[in-house]
Design a protein around this ligand. Structure first.
Ligand SMILES: C[S@@+](CC[C@H](N)C(=O)[O-])C[C@H]1O[C@@H](n2cnc3c(N)ncnc32)[C@H](O)[C@@H]1O
Length: 270
């Protein structure tokens, strides 16, 4: 939609258009997936769903969640990953936050049974990554899966996530970033969602600098692209007759313009 702002396109995409209903995604997840033992061949919908759950598991393992922890997920979408955190990593509670009212409605519907049974352990809320609706020092852990590519100002997100974490808390963020700032022009041409402003991809070094400037320490940046792009591209190839999702992502990765990263950072103990 040329001329339309990124924000209004995102609102439509996660609103009435319901991105999760496209064949490219499954199981109420909306991410590219983590394909640990990927081998070429026919991929089932269950395997595709598992790849998306595995991206969550990869991120959540890094958080070293304790049973007394309260965690925050920023950009939780339909909150199936929020529930996975609760079921498989057993924190005392998880908050799922998303900007989109429609996503929150879907999340509440899909997880209604769990919310009714354990209202203190799973809390879903509408709000922005750039203005987290929580007091300082609320959470032990904070994480975000394939949402930060939509945050218009990562420096603000870095300082907001630092503010809401308790001292000794940890942040983990997984999504795609430019490998270097000079990739922007080529990426806008290659990837429609970047060209249109739906994805506002930053350069990975600039996000690292934002985290350090916000006060985080021990910032670790790991490329996990080898486990994301080939598997995701194979799934695109299988579903492109339905969705026409671009296959230029893998091309951009091979040309070292973009990569998928898992970034962790700690808030110092006082
Ligand atoms: C690609 S989806 C990922 C959803 C989920 N994390 C998953 O992996 O299934 C991105 C999500 O980020 C949310 N989002 C975008 N911008 C946001 C912001 N500024 N604050 C909070 N959530 C945001 C969108 O509404 C959408 O639900």
């Amino acid at each position: 939609m040329p001329g339309d702002s990124g924000a209004s396109q995102r609102a439509a995409m996660y609103g009435a258009d319901d991105l999760s209903s496209m064949a490219i995604f499954s199981g109420n997840y909306i991410n590219f997936g983590y394909w640990q033992d990927f081998t070429r061949g026919r991929i089932s919908v269950d395997e595709r769903t598992e790849s998306q759950a595995n991206l969550y598991r990869t991120v959540l393992r890094r958080l070293e969640i304790a049973s007394t922890d309260v965690a925050l997920e920023v950009g939780c979408g339909i909150a199936v990953g929020t529930v996975l955190a609760l079921r498989e990593f057993n924190p005392s509670g998880v908050y799922g936050l998303d900007l989109s009212h429609d996503q929150l409605e879907r999340a509440t519907r899909v997880n209604s049974e769990l919310i009714a049974r354990q209202p203190d352990r799973l809390v879903l809320q509408q709000g922005s990554a750039l203005k987290l609706p929580y007091p300082a020092e609320t959470f032990d852990k904070c994480y975000s899966v394939e949402a930060a590519q939509h945050f218009e100002d990562l420096a603000v997100f870095a300082s907001e996530s630092h503010r809401v974490l308790k001292s000794g808390g940890r942040l983990a963020v997984a999504t795609f970033f430019m490998t270097h700032p000079t990739a922007a022009t080529d990426l806008r041409r290659l990837i429609e969602t970047i060209g249109s402003g739906i994805d506002v991809v930053a350069a990975i070094d600039s996000f690292r600098d934002d985290l350090l400037a916000a006060g985080f320490v021990d910032v670790q940046v790991e490329s996990i692209g080898e486990y994301v792009w080939p598997g995701f591209d194979a799934w695109i190839a299988q579903t492109e007759f339905k969705d026409r999702w671009s296959r230029n992502w893998l091309k951009a990765y091979h040309r070292r313009l973009i990569d998928y990263y898992l970034v962790t950072a700690d808030k110092n103990e006082i």
